[in-house]
Design a protein around this ligand. Structure first.
Ligand code: ACO
Length: 342
């Protein structure tokens, strides 16, 4: 299947459905078209990653289909390859939840449209195709270039923005994104009108500004790369995983690995029965009714009646307390121990 058979317009727009706007045909045609289109997208995504020196490919058909907030624009030259057509550029954008610092080190929690991947095939670069594709996206998204966040802009990208959109410089962020200084203008307007400034958080400086390595603890608690991505914005330009990951910390004595019957535990253990989450509550005021035998007479499991527990003390006073103020495990119930307020 040739490019001109798949993509009818010079610039085609794709989302997670992975069906060009102009497509018409049977289900079998759709499957065949999508398979051919996936090959084109994957090949171009690979070239883009190579051109930018990235370890991971940012744009693939599978990733697009798994990303409902992403949009991919493909630029073709319909006359190339003896009229069969050739895809010569891609531009992928999508919305991301980001924390961005302006020039005054005020942090803004925003969800801007981000340029995630941008590539024109090598022998077509510097011929104006990038500008055509970028202009189309801006018009389609009703955005200005300075309103976008750029994911890991290359030197070529910076020059491209400076030349074509008067974005003379970019403010690089710790999360690998960069924005034009004008990006924050609309937030400044809002704060001036309301008389309130943007909530300020101390900016990371010096060594604190260095990219943080993956935390094994954070992975355990928050679920690994997805948490990193959500809170750092950059889901696809993540650092390579470590060849060796430290084991998750043990929260108890650990499993007996030699035991054939050993079953791995789930991460969230149910509350231990040793520590009841609620304690029996006694009625207050006046003469308390007789406590149930099980509560009054059995101070501690496995302890003989009257034996001293860590909390029970000894003697008559201790025995009296034991009757009324102990948990069913024989420990003093903290609800009876408080400083008097009056
Ligand atoms: N060196 C320096 N500047 C360049 C280069 C280059 N090799 N190529 C393009 N530019 C800049 C220049 O400002 C140039 O103007 P000039 O020729 O007068 O100096 C301008 O872009 C040309 O504009 P276009 O012809 O419209 O852009 P082009 O078709 O070349 O597309 C693009 C720009 C996409 C950046 C292309 O050069 C490319 O694919 N580069 C390799 C991949 C890349 O770096 N992509 C951006 C990664 S960032 C991201 O994806 C979020």
């Amino acid at each position: 299947m040739e490019v001109n058979d798949i993509l009818h317009e010079d610039i085609s727009k794709l989302n997670d459905l992975f069906i060009p706007d102009c497509f018409e045909g049977s289900v079998a045609d759709l499957r065949a078209m999508q398979a051919a289109l996936a090959k084109i997208v994957d090949a171009l995504g690979e070239q883009s990653a190579a051109a930018q020196g990235l370890n991971r490919i940012i744009t693939t058909a599978d990733k697009l289909r798994a990303s409902p907030t992403h949009t991919l624009y493909l630029l073709k030259d319909a006359t190339a390859k003896n009229g069969k057509g050739e895809v010569i550029g891609l531009l992928k954008v999508g919305y991301k939840h980001l924390f961005l610092f302006d020039e005054r080190d005020h942090v803004h929690e925003v969800e801007p449209l981000c340029v995630l991947d941008f590539y024109i095939v090598r022998d077509r670069q510097r011929s104006g195709y990038g500008r055509v594709l970028f202009d189309y996206m801006l018009h389609d998204m009703e955005m200005h270039a300075h309103q976008l966040a750029i994911d890991g802009p290359s030197a070529k990208m910076e020059q491209f923005l400076a030349k074509n959109y008067e974005v003379e410089r970019l403010l690089r962020q710790n999360n690998n994104f960069a924005v034009a200084p004008q990006f924050f203008e609309r937030f400044a307007d809002i704060s001036n009108k309301s008389g309130r400034s943007t909530p300020a958080v101390a900016a990371a400086v010096g060594r604190f500004a260095a990219p943080k390595p993956h935390s094994a603890i954070a992975n355990v608690i928050h679920g690994g790369a997805s948490y990193y991505a959500e809170n750092n914005g950059d889901e696809e330009r993540l650092p390579e995983p470590l060849p060796w990951a430290p084991p998750a910390p043990e929260l108890d004595d650990g499993p007996n690995w030699d035991d054939d019957d050993y079953q791995p535990e789930v991460a969230c253990k149910p509350p231990s029965p040793e520590r009841p989450s609620t304690l029996p509550v006694e009625p207050e005021a006046g003469a308390p009714p007789a406590a149930p035998a099980a509560f009054a007479d059995v101070p501690a499991a496995g302890l003989p009646s009257g034996a001293s527990t860590p909390a029970s003390g000894s003697g008559a006073a201790g025995a009296a307390r034991r009757d009324s103020q102990l948990t069913d495990k024989g420990y003093f119930d903290v609800k009876f121990y408080h400083n008097r307020l009056w």
